[in-house]
Design a protein around this ligand. Sequence first.
Ligand SMILES: [Cu+2]
Length: 159
Amino acid sequence: MEENNTQEKSYGYAKRPLWQWILLYAVIGIFLYGLIYYMFLAKKGGSGYSPQTSSPTSVPLAQSPAVSAREITIRGDEFKFDPAAITVSAGQPVTLTFINAGTYPHNFTVSDLNISTRTIQPGEQDTIQFTPDKPGQFTYTCTVDTHAASGMTGTLTVQ
Ligand SMILES: [Cu+2]
């Protein structure tokens, strides 16, 4: 009888510690996991808010499309540009279309800014893009033969 009791007791002790160990590991594990997770989340949450507050700085990016290209059309014939004066803003992209409305080949050139269209035939057109970066007044000419001396000049004002 005593042997049976000790056997039952020993079995009982043998089973209980197993469940206790599992419970202990589970509870401690969950607790530690939660604690570490909470600390990481707290740190990430703290730094996570600064990128959100910095998101308004992306507004200038959203505004950049608002700085859309200025579209200008210039016609050239014998021997003048129409218009003979254009004004653009420094930093604003310019899309300039030059149309040869004459009977000779012509081009549009701003030598001081290294800007030039192709020399195009009558009826053709050429589009160039540039962004003036410094204010000033610049002369544009047609560089074909003596067209500039004949009157194919104009003034590009960058303000
Ligand atoms: Cu010309």
